[in-house]
Design a protein around this ligand. Structure first.
Ligand SMILES: C[S@@+](CC[C@H](N)C(=O)[O-])C[C@H]1O[C@@H](n2cnc3c(N)ncnc32)[C@H](O)[C@@H]1O
Ligand code: SF4
Length: 369
């Protein structure tokens, strides 16, 4: 086994915990950044044999990777295998000229910035540290050192966000000319402070979200962006393919290795999730042991169903070879009749209407277990 070409590295440290977030994060812990990078490199060494000699993508996600002490972040980047696309997630307020230079010098090719919104009062609802000007400054610092692949994350459906707020957010984001945009509907994650405070309001506005989603797609496609995945858009720029290659690997059902706390790997018939507990993780790797993991066996049917669910999020038709058994013929006929999906002999794709309805259509298409 040595064919995995996609590597995810989890960096969990954040300056503070935003109320709506349920990612595996820990606040502060400056004293543990060094030990954590040591542990990541040790875990990678233990897993080295599953990786292909050349990687296509490396993705450093968080948490806030750019909150990690800079010398440790640089040490990590320099020790990681090189890849054609190396992405780092960054929070705007952490992007100084020095950080931008260091990322560039360490071989990072793409930066994904969590803007979320440009409206100060909505940033407050989200409990964000960065203000709108931090986002703009971050983009400029990254451009100044030569980054030509920047993505911005936006969320919509923030309590109190009007349609005109959304339009202004999209305009503000477009003014920065990012190569890529991710626009997510804000989700009430169970157990978060945000859900406690705003969960009912989010449920009440659920119907309006279809309209918000349509506004996002209409605005970004009119601005020349390709709506290549349900929540993702890229600039169309001559010969350059500006889709997020790492995430594309997930949507295409490729195998990937994840290292770090809470990181997930999917390799052949196995999915495993590392312990989310920092102390246990550090302890195991300091002793040269693999961290505790939850294991799940993925049979052929599970992988085929996932492939359909994820593949239909993309704007390219899904090749059906090896996947037909995962589809329900009656469900397929129904969604075709309703104009939500189109089939050729070899492929299946959702129509524009089907893509707006998304998961509901895919659920209808899947054969029951
Ligand atoms: C791993 S997260 C965080 C990255 C970075 N630390 C930040 O805060 O910008 C990546 C993206 O997921 C999205 N996200 C996080 N929580 C979400 C939620 N509850 N609903 C929708 N999107 C969410 C945000 O857009 C965020 O930028
Ligand atoms: S949203 Fe980002 S910065 Fe906020 S807690 Fe989650 S990972 Fe950390």
């Amino acid at each position: 086994m040595s064919g995995v070409r996609h590597l995810y590295v989890h960096l969990p440290f954040c300056a503070h915990r935003c109320g709506y977030c349920d990612f595996v994060t820990v606040v502060g812990r400056a004293g543990q950044h060094r030990a954590y990078v040591d542990a990541l490199l040790r875990e990678l060494e233990l897993e080295q044999r599953v990786l292909a000699p050349r990687l296509e993508t490396v993705f450093l996600g968080g948490g806030t990777p750019t909150f990690t002490a800079l010398p440790e972040l640089v040490r990590l980047l320099e020790a990681l295998p090189t890849a054609e696309e190396v992405t780092v997630e960054a929070n705007p307020e952490t992007v100084t000229p020095e950080l931008a230079r260091s990322l560039r010098a360490a071989g990072v090719t793409r930066v994904s910035l969590g803007a979320q919104t440009f409206r100060p009062e909505l940033l407050q609802v989200l409990e964000r540290v960065a203000g709108p000007d931090d986002v703009r400054r971050a983009v400029h610092h990254l451009r100044d050192v030569g980054f030509d692949n920047i993505s911005l994350d936006l969320v919509y459906g923030i309590p109190g966000q009007s349609p005109s707020d959304l339009a202004a957010d999209l305009d503000d984001a477009l003014a920065l000319e990012p190569e890529h945009l991710s626009c997510y509907e804000l989700e009430a994650k169970p157990g978060t402070r945000f859900t406690h405070a705003w969960g009912e309001e989010l449920a009440l506005q659920a119907d309006a979200m279809e309209d918000y989603f349509e506004r996002v797609v209409a605005t970004l496609t009119a601005a020349g962006y390709r709506w290549y995945e349900t929540a993702n858009f890229c600039r169309v720029d001559g010969a350059r393919d500006l889709r997020a290659r790492h995430n594309l690997a997930y949507w295409l059902g490729r195998d990937y290795l994840g290292v770090g706390i809470g990181a997930v790997s999917t390799i052949e018939k196995e999915r495993r999730r590392n312990t989310p507990r920092l102390g246990r993780y550090l302890e195991a790797l300091a002793a040269g042991r693999t961290p505790e993991r939850e294991l799940e066996t993925l049979d052929h049917d599970v992988r085929a169903r996932e492939r359909v669910m994820l593949g239909l999020r993309l704007d390219e038709p899904l090749p059906l070879a090896g996947l037909r058994h995962a589809l329900d013929p009656a469900g397929l006929a129904r969604v075709e009749r309703l104009g939500l999906a189109e089939r050729s002999d070899e492929t299946l794709a959702l129509t524009e209407r089907g893509r707006f309805l998304g998961g509901g259509v895919t659920a209808e298409l899947l054969a029951s277990d």
